[in-house]
Each structure stands twice: as C-alpha cells, then as structure tokens.
Write a protein that binds this ligand. Structure first.
Ligand code: ATP
Ligand code: MG
Length: 408
C-alpha cells in the first residue's frame, strides 16, 4: 500500500468515456475504506486493475488492500482531484459519501453508481418515493420533520410502527418502536428531532434481497434471490437458494428490482431488500447503491460475484448472468464472537475457534482486517458451500455451534 496525497500523472485515462477500460492497464478508484471496499479491491485486482481508495481512516480494511490509499476526507477537493487524475473510473462502497463528491468526479471521469441514485438511497423518504414512482410496493409511512408532523392524528393508522431516522441509519441503529399516538412525539424528540420516517410495522414471514447490476449499455443481470435472517436488526445468516421462498415470489422480487434499477437509470450494483409478508405479498424495505452484506456468498458460490459485477459495470465491461455453482450459507461474524459469553460488560476477550470451523468441509473464512473487535461490529463472514443445500445448511449449523452462534 502506498500513501499518496499529491496528484500523479496517469498513463491510462480512457480517451472515450464510454469505451470499456482495459483490465491490466488502468487504475480504478473507490470512495470508502470499509469491508465492501476491501472486497471490491480484491475483485478489481484479480482482473488486473490497480485500485486507489479514498478514505480518511489511516487503518481501514480497503486502504490496507489497495494499491494506493489517499488518506483524506471524502469531500477533500485536493484528494478528489488526485483520485480523478490517477483513476480511469470511480465507484463508492457506501451510500453516505457526499453526493457532491460523486458529482465533482463525474465531471472528469466515469462514476457509478450515479450521484442522483446515491442521494436517493441516503434518505428513507426519498427512497420510498423512488419505490412508488417505479411501481415497487413499500411500507405505509409518513415523514416526521416537525412537532406538528409528530402530532398528526393520521399517524394512528401507521401504529404500531417503527420510527427510523431518515438519514444515516444502518444495522437497526436510529430506530425506535412506537406503539401508540402519544409515543410518537417523545420518540421523535429522543431521536434529536431530526427528520424521521414512521413506518407501519408489517407482519413478516421472512426477509429476502435481490442484487442486480446494470451496465452502461442498459443490460441488467441479477444474482439469485437471497433469504436473510436478521438478529437485533443486523444481518446474521443468508441462505441461497432461498429455502422458504416460492418460485413465483422470487421471480416477482427479481422483476421488481429490475424495474427499479431501470427506473433510476442506474449503472452499477444495486441491492433491494424485501419483506415477504405473512400473506405472501412482497414489500420493498430499502435499497443499497452498492454490493450488500447479503451478497457476500457470491464470492465463493457464483462464477461472477457481486464485486466482479461492480468491477464490470464500473469499467464498462460486458455483463454475463452470474451462475450459482454451489448452494451456500453465509454466517456474519460480529465482534461479539471475540468475547466470552456471559456478562456483557465484564466479558473477557477470546479468539474464535478458527481451526474448529476451518476443519469443516466447504467452509471459507473471510476476515476484514479490523484491528478492534466491538459488539455488533462486522468483523468478517463465513461462507459454507456444498454440493447440495441440505449439506451446506448442516455444515453451517456445525460451524455456528463451534463459534457459539445460535442455530437458524
Ligand atoms: P441495514 O443495515 O440493512 O441498512 P437499517 O438499519 O437500515 O439496516 P432496516 O433495514 O430499515 O434497518 O431495518 C432493520 C430490520 O428491522 C429489518 O431487516 C427488519 O427485520 C426489521 N424491520 C424494519 N422495518 C420493518 C417494518 N416496517 N416492519 C417489520 N419489521 C421491520
Ligand atoms: Mg436493512
């Protein structure tokens, strides 16, 4: 890894913005230094691209893997100029980068996903408006941006509900349950009075997600439908093929995600999370303008992973439909595993039993290189692949037991 802060001449800016970039000859850029950026770096490097990461944290998962780490804020004008000078195209690994940075870069070189779409995904109300505009069903909801909004009698129809901050929520953070009309104003005040969305609590049978990728030429491909189990608002387990999803529901979810990616005139990888309700209906929960935790299995179980798709869409290279070559189960590895069970405050540190899980057939360990384990922090994941779904699940249950994770 090279720390660079001054622009260096590039040998390889594409003369035509729409021409495919040449693997092996160019550098790609990514805004953000988290694990999604790290896995993008790995995929890009496999294709022969060099990668520059813009990330203010000097010790980040993606920065450690990149060819070049520009250590600066995402809106730093000098750093953005350096990134544009060094790279042939730029992407992002998380949705909360300043959209202005993407626009600044887009004036100089190809950027995907587009700033407009990222900006929509940054705000839950705008996101729901985009769902509705594309004909994708979403939860009944209301924007709460003032004390008057919080006192509106019409909110009663949305209760019991979940109050969610409109921006910056992830892994269930910035959310509160609201049971009665009198609870709305105090819950909103407890959120600091920031703009929020009050969403009706829906009766979920299960949760699924669909990852689609759309190229510069408008071609759309997708990964198989993923069935997701959340614990405490955080993704815990993904199973593919989705064991409990009827074929018709899966096909409908894919069609809705395709409709959305086209309506947004999107280029890049987009993940759409859906609820499957107890009556079988599909409701879009949220979307992510990037690869998604629920798609990590694709690295080990598909011939084209979600990160390969991000590379291809960014570089303007051909898209081919990914093929799932093995059933897969992904287990998220949160920082909790690095502490002995028992009293949370006093728990002693420990190292998870890696040899124990790696002795199981078909297990692949991915750790993101984060120095400090904290509860709820995503430290890595395990993918279990097998010749059939029943075996993948059985081995994943064994792995979970050896790590002290609950069964699923
Ligand atoms: P992410 O890390 O996926 O961005 P987030 O913090 O944005 O998460 P959501 O996806 O909105 O949070 O919600 C987290 C989880 O809470 C969902 O996966 C689902 O299990 C539950 N949940 C959210 N909204 C609803 C709802 N309207 N009805 C029922 N359950 C819900
Ligand atoms: Mg979510």
């Amino acid at each position: 890894m090279i720390e660079a802060s001054i622009p260096v001449a590039t040998d390889a800016i594409s003369p035509r913005r729409d021409a495919p970039l040449t693997p092996g000859a160019t550098q790609l850029g990514v805004l953000g230094g988290g694990q999604l950026g790290r896995m993008f770096v790995h995929a890009a490097q496999v294709h022969g691209f060099r990668v520059a990461v813009l990330e203010p944290d000097a010790a980040s998962p993606a920065g450690a893997a990149a060819d070049t780490h520009l250590c600066a804020a995402y809106a730093d004008a000098c750093a953005l100029a350096a990134l544009a000078a060094q790279c042939a195209a730029v992407t992002t690994e998380f949705e909360n980068v300043p959209a202005g940075s993407l626009r600044t870069l887009a004036a100089r070189l190809p950027v995907s996903p587009p700033a407009d779409a990222v900006e929509i995904c940054q705000h839950r109300a705008r996101e729901k408006t985009a769902f509705a505009a594309a004909g994708v069903p979403c939860a009944p909801h209301a924007l709460i941006a003032s004390a008057d909004d919080a006192a509106a009698p019409a909110l009663a129809a949305l209760l019991p509900g979940i109050l969610k901050t409109a921006t910056l929520g992830y892994d269930g953070k910035g959310q509160a349950n609201v049971a009665s009309p009198a609870d709305v104003a105090p819950a909103w005040a407890a959120m600091g009075g920031v703009p929020c969305v009050l969403e009706q609590r829906l009766p979920l049978r299960l949760e699924i997600s669909v990852i689609v990728a759309r190229g510069r030429d408008g071609q759309v491909v997708h990964l198989p439908v993923q069935q997701n189990l959340h614990r405490q608002g955080i993704l815990a387990v993904t199973q593919v093929p989705a064991p409990d999803v009827p074929a018709g529901t899966a096909a409908e979810a894919v069609a809705l995600a395709q409709r959305l990616v086209r309506a947004l005139d999107y280029v890049g990888v987009l993940c759409v999370e859906f609820f499957v309700l107890t009556d079988g209906r599909l409701v879009a929960n949220e979307m992510a303008p990037r690869p998604h935790n629920s798609g990590h299995y694709s690295i080990d179980a598909c011939d084209v992973s979600q990160f390969d798709l991000q590379v291809r869409t960014l570089a303007g290279l051909p898209l081919v439909a990914p093929r799932l070559h093995s059933p897969a189960v992904m287990l998220n590895l949160l920082g909790d595993l690095w502490f002995e069970a028992g009293d949370v405050a006093a728990a002693a540190p420990r190292t998870p039993d890696w040899p124990g899980v790696m002795s199981l057939p078909g297990v692949r360990l991915h750790l993101y290189g984060k120095a400090e384990a904290r509860r709820g922090r995503k430290m890595g994941h395990l993918t279990v692949t097998a010749a059939d779904a029943a075996t993948a699940r059985a081995v994943a249950l064994q792995a979970a037991a050896r790590l002290g994770l609950p069964a699923f």
